[in-house]
Every structure is written in C-alpha cells, then in structure tokens.
Design a protein around this ligand. Structure first.
Ligand SMILES: *Cc1c(COP(=O)(O)O)cnc(C)c1O
Length: 373
C-alpha cells in the first residue's frame, strides 16, 4: 500500500462558502454591534433553539465556560459523579468550581456512564451527576433521571458531541436539568468557538446571563462574581450560516460512517459502534476498538503504522482523566476498569464530510495491510 500524499487528519473543520459568511458579517458593519447580545446573537439563538428542539437556550463564547457556568448557577456542592472517559473539560469544570469529581465506570457497549454503577457512588455529599454523551451516543437518560429523582440530584449533561442528536424525535438537549453543547471548530456543527446551555427551567436564564457577563445587573450594580463568556457577533454569524448546511453535513457523515462499517465488518479484532434504535445520530466521530488478540497488533502499534501512511487518527479519549498528571494522585485507575480497557484500545478514525469514499476505502485497505504484515 502506498501512503497518502497529503496528510489525512482525524477531522477537518467545515467552512461554508466564503460569500455566505461575507454577506452575514456585512450586517456587523451596518449595525456596528460586535458583541453583548447583538442582533446576530439573538437571531442565532432563536434559530439554533428551533434546530435543537429545545425550550430555552443561552449562548456562550465556548462550551467549557458554558459548562463552568452551569455548575456555578446550579449551586452544586461537595461531590459530582462523572466519568473519566471524556475530554479534560468535563473534569476540569467540576474541579475548578471547588467540587470533587467522583469517577463512575463506563459501559463497554456505548462508552457512556454505566448507570448500574452510579448508585453505590452516591454519598451525603453528592449534589449532581455530569454524564457525557460520548461520541454523540446518548446516555441512558431515563435511568439517570430516575436515580436523580430518587436522590434529589441535579443532572448536567456534557452534550458537547451531540449537536442535532434526537431520542424518539426529542432533542437530546431536553434531558437533565441542563445540557452543554460545544460549537468548537472541530465539532460537527460550529460557530468557530462557541457553546450553548439548553434547559427547561426558565429560572436558569437570568443566572446564566449574569455569570457570563461579569455578574453585572445594571449600570451601577454588580451582584455576583462572574466571568466573561459572551458569544460575539462573528461567532453568531458563522453559526447562522452553518445552520444552513448542517443537515447536509450530517447526511454526508452518515454515508461515511456506513461505508466504514461495511468495509471494517469482516476485519477480526476491530469493533465499531452501531446506530441505536430510535436515535437520530450525528456521526460526529468514528471510533474503533482494537482487540490485540484478534487483530494481531495493539492500538499503539496500529496508530504508529497509520502515521507512517500519512493517516493521523486520534487516541480519543486517551489517557483517561483519572490518569492525568493533575488528577492521578487522587484516584485509583482500577476503580474504572471498563474505561481503562476502552481508553487503551480506542482509535478515532478520520471523519469529516469532505472525506471521499475513495479515501475511506484506501484507509481501510491500509488497516488491512498493516494487520497482515
Ligand atoms: C469539545 C468538548 C468540550 C469543550 O468544549 P469547547 O467548546 O471546546 O470549550 C467539553 N466536553 C467534551 C466532551 C468535548 O468534546
């Protein structure tokens, strides 16, 4: 097999036709309004809430600060149950608010929080669960709601990967007390950088707006210690334009995912994720799990070999959050064995709408070639 001439990275940000974006940002020159709840911010908020099928949403400069502000606004205390198989953001947001992240293990099927293991981690100090809809697959939201009700806990979903995902026709942002979507450039849908909190309780709106604007409530009044986390008009303009392309994007990604699954099906030692009945997926990532005993070589060896062919997938999520230098002294990795198992075997393959079917075939042929070397 010959290597790719140009490097193939794990993702490639979507950019709309430049004329579309120019037309949209022209409005910023007309209004001379660059940030602080401008007209494009308000238009984007309305349109994106409709797309996500949610009652309320608040926009932020990025997903991480949105999550941070959700935690602050809900007044969480003590311990928060979450998973270590996620991006640094989830754990950092909990820790930065002076709370203790308590790591629950994940399921081997979905890589999401194992709902059968949550209850035994609940203590007098527990105030919330922050589960992650990993790779766009929704968690077991029904069971999580039951547990939260029984123990009077708040639920904040890290929905960074799940833009446009629906469960039985319901936007995934309707579950839990609050959901956080990331609109970072590498996500399925983006506003360059950006974040959204979605929620059903109308009372949250005021708090979120307060925290994202320095806690200022009036020209001569500052009520709480806040942050600056406002979405600006250039971000909102990108969001408005990209919304026109999102359905097409997801459709293209779906074709790619199906092609990968078809071609990878017969390779021993590779496990792929399948669609879940009743779920509208967004095909945000294409993770595969490498079983060394069946595949012949391990994940790290495959990863290094793929690099030689100019293919640059990611070990995502590896390492686990409880293995980070900044957390490992406080945790025992043995408490989350499934998470460890998955993190040590996972590779997310290149996945973006511009990836051609030819190139997918070539990537899979290279994987087969490496296996048979
Ligand atoms: C991207 C991401 C975030 C953070 O979002 P930003 O918009 O980049 O701040 C949080 N959690 C997960 C799981 C993510 O993938």
């Amino acid at each position: 097999m010959k290597k790719f001439k140009e490097p193939i990275f794990v993702t490639k940000s979507f950019l709309p036709p430049i004329e579309d974006y120019k037309k949209e940002i022209k409005k910023i020159w007309d209004s001379n309004w660059l940030t602080n709840n401008g007209p494009l911010h308000n238009e984007f908020k309305k349109k994106v809430s409709e797309y996500l099928k949610v009652k309320n949403s608040t926009l932020f400069v990025n997903g991480h600060l949105a999550l941070d502000i959700a935690i602050k606004s809900l007044n969480l205390k003590g311990e928060v149950i979450t998973t270590p198989f996620t991006f640094a953001s989830t754990t950092h947001a909990i820790k930065m608010n002076g709370l203790k992240p308590v790591f629950c293990d994940i399921e081997l099927v979905s890589y999401n929080i194992d709902v059968t293991k949550i209850e035994k981690l609940i203590t007098e100090q527990t105030s919330a669960i922050i589960p992650v809809h990993v790779f766009g697959n929704p968690c077991n939201v029904k069971k999580i709601r039951k547990i939260a009700q029984k123990y009077n806990l708040k639920v904040i979903y890290d929905a960074a990967h799940t833009f446009g995902v629906e469960i039985d026709g319901k936007g995934v942002g309707n579950f839990g007390d609050v959901s956080m979507f990331s609109l970072h450039a590498t996500k399925v849908f983006h506003s360059i950088e950006g974040g959204i909190l979605t929620y059903n309780n109308n009372n949250y709106k005021e708090k979120f707006d307060l925290f994202k604007n320095f806690g200022i409530t009036g020209p001569e009044k500052v009520e709480v210690v806040g942050l600056n986390a406002k979405m600006n008009e250039f971000q909102a303009a990108m969001g408005i334009v990209n919304l026109k392309y999102i359905d097409d994007e997801i459709e293209k990604r779906k074709k790619i995912a199906y092609e990968y699954r078809k071609l990878l099906k017969d390779i021993k030692g590779i496990k792929v994720l399948e669609d879940i009945e009743g779920v509208k997926h967004n095909y945000s990532y294409f993770p595969i799990l490498i079983n060394e005993n069946e595949f012949g070589i391990n994940r790290d060896e495959l990863f290094d070999k793929l690099n030689e062919y100019n293919i640059f997938p990611r070990k995502y999520f590896y390492p686990l959050c409880n293995e980070y230098d900044c957390y490992r002294d406080d945790y025992n990795i043995k408490e989350t064995p499934n998470a460890k198992y998955v993190a040590d075997r996972i590779i997310t393959l290149p996945m973006y709408s511009q990836l051609s079917i030819d190139n997918i075939e070539k990537i899979v042929d290279i994987i087969k070639g490496i296996k048979n070397e």
